[in-house]
Design a protein around this ligand. Structure first.
Ligand code: KG4
Ligand code: ZN
Length: 334
């Protein structure tokens, strides 16, 4: 008997994603982004995001099915992000998932967005070793997690950001530096030409495994203000900012692995795409004898494949499906 085919749908922020996973293997996925529509506002506008999902959700599912070479009636279960995220945006994905599950007569599984990010790596590198430490760094989250079994055990939270998420820090500072939205990739590109030692930004290290990026954001803004009227050395500022973020993230992540006797660090979320975060994580993990796993870029940012990956684990673990009246949970705790 062939393993169940699981469709995953993601719509928590500005990406509409659909992915198809069978037995831990990604068969096909598609993503549409409303990022360009938000660019002139400097951040995601919830109403615009929700409307864009309405338009994108059907074609994205269609494209994922086509890429996988399967038909809608082959789907054995539907998994969907129920939170955390933007309420209106989540509603669109959930409505589509419910309609499909009901129409096809297959079970529906609600998935936590962060569990999705964690599972993204399994599609590239296979099952996660248990336990492993996962650093989730995105526009909305900066968390260090201790993961044992995604389908059967709650994820343990080791630390979180006390204020801004790392991606948010990149996005906000990029705006001050006059770089386009989204700021993270723009900072990464600008930093290539810069000297990370030209200016040293603070590295706030709150207790335990918590993070803090608002002081760094303010320091970068002050530094930019000091150049008002003159030429802002954006490349140097971008390189220094990236260095400070990469330093704090990787320092704590590697320390968490050491304290918990964990041999594998997984770095996921949009900021895992950052070249300096990747390079420093590699360097520090190698020095500490820790295996580093980072999914490829297309699986690092929001997508439906990662939601299908969790759905696939839940289905294979025999998890209880969600009732058809399940609702979104925009501020879902882990
Ligand atoms: O995971 P993601 O697509 O969405 C969520 O926030 O859930 O992450 C988006 C974040 C944005 O803040 C974006 O600026 C950041 O990831 N990002 C990067 C890079 N690529 C994306 N930050 C730094 N360097 C990058 N290369
Ligand atoms: Zn995300």
């Amino acid at each position: 008997m062939t393993a169940p085919l699981v469709l995953g749908i993601e719509s928590s922020c500005d990406e509409t994603g659909a992915g198809l996973v069978r037995d831990g293997r990604l068969l096909g996925h598609a993503v549409a982004s409303s990022m360009d529509a938000h660019a002139r506002y400097g951040g995601v506008v919830p109403e615009i995001a929700a409307r864009a999902h309405v338009h994108a959700v059907r074609p994205v599912i269609r494209r994922a099915l086509d890429e996988a070479g399967v038909r809608a009636r082959d789907i054995d279960a539907v998994a969907v992000t129920t939170g955390p995220g933007l309420a209106g945006a989540l509603q669109v994905g959930l409505a589509a998932a419910k309609g499909l599950a009901y129409g096809l007569g297959v079970p529906l599984h609600g998935v936590h967005h962060l569990a999705g990010h964690v599972a993204a790596d399994t599609l590239e590198h296979g099952p996660l070793p248990s336990p492993c430490v996962v650093l989730i760094v995105s526009g909305g989250h900066t968390s260090l997690l201790l993961v044992r079994d995604l389908a059967r055990e709650p994820i343990a939270h080791l630390g979180d950001t006390l204020d801004d998420a790392a991606g948010e820090c990149f996005d906000k500072v990029a705006r001050v530096f006059g770089l386009p939205y989204p700021g993270g990739p723009a900072i990464d590109r600008a930093a290539r030409e810069g000297d990370p030692g030209a200016v040293v930004f603070p590295r706030p290290l709150p207790g335990g495994y918590d993070f803090s990026f608002s002081g760094l954001k303010t320091a970068a803004a002050r530094w930019a203000e000091r150049h008002a009227g003159g030429v802002l050395p954006v490349a140097d500022g971008a390189a220094a900012l990236q260095e400070a973020v990469a330093d704090t993230l990787t320092r704590k992540a590697v320390a968490a692995c050491a304290e918990h006797g964990v041999g594998t660090l997984v770095v996921v979320g949009g900021v895992a795409a950052n070249s300096r975060v990747r390079a420093l994580a590699e360097e520090r993990c190698r020095a500490a004898g820790i295996e580093l796993r980072v999914p490829p870029l297309r699986l690092c940012t929001d997508n439906g494949a990662m939601i299908a990956a969790v759905g696939d684990l839940l289905v294979r673990a025999g998890a209880e499906p969600a009732p058809l009246d399940v609702s979104v949970d925009p501020s879902a705790p882990l």
